[in-house]
Design a protein around this ligand. Sequence first.
Ligand code: IPE
Ligand code: IPE
Ligand code: MG
Length: 256
Amino acid sequence: MAEHTIDTALCAESLPKHVAIIMDGNGRWAKAQGKPRVFGHKAGVEAVRKTVSTANRLGIQVVTLFAFSSENWRRPEDEVSLLMELFMTVLGREVKRLHKNNIQLRIIGDTSRFSQRLQKKIADAEALTADNTGMVLNVAANYGGQWDILQATRRLALQVLEQGLTADEITEEMMTAGLTTFGLPDVDLLIRTSGECRISNFMLWQAAYAELYFTEQHWPDFDEKSLVDAVAWYVSRERRFGCTGEQIQALMQKLQ
Ligand code: IPE
Ligand code: IPE
Ligand code: MG
């Protein structure tokens, strides 16, 4: 019985606090079925829903999804506008469900480039869920890790001017205070689907110590089992470090 209690506690403690996901492969998934890329993006929405719901049930504190990168503007104009439309529709449709589940939604990225309509929708969705105390869901839209660090640096430069600080007085905390993820734990587990093994300018600061998990699955195929597998893989890796101390402690108590 005692052993069982320790195991459960260890397991809950070993779960990643912050999971970030690069949702890749929508286009290839669609192409494999002879369908236009757009079809893949639409199918990807269902994978988002499953992922959010599973992460919430697992008790994960923060999920960050890469929805649109600052580099994605380079895609054909019709694909970009479709992605924007999809984003609008999904925001409108899903935000009530998020709210019902006590999830706090934040859109991180340079949203100033979006249409006024979309910006309004984003502000409304964030305001509705702002006081929710459950999982935090960051949706990275027009996001780039370099942009995130740059905008934090600009804020810091202003603070330095205003407060007349010297370079030596700048701390890591002052830097992270300006990042879009301020107040949230760093990324523990970074998942990328579709077989690519790169970070594509995502969470550059926040993923400094993240475990990197790459899967061949295309994003629209990512489901509950896929997330559970990734989390189990993370726990099995972390156990080597995180849990050894616990086990030694438990052993010590037994020996006393
Ligand atoms: C990821 O799928 C979704 C977005 C970047 C919006 P892709 O559209 O990158 O799909 P592939 O990589 O071309 O298959
Ligand atoms: C990364 O996927 C961005 C998102 C998932 C939104 P991409 O498919 O755009 O990345 P690259 O350009 O192939 O690295
Ligand atoms: Mg891609």
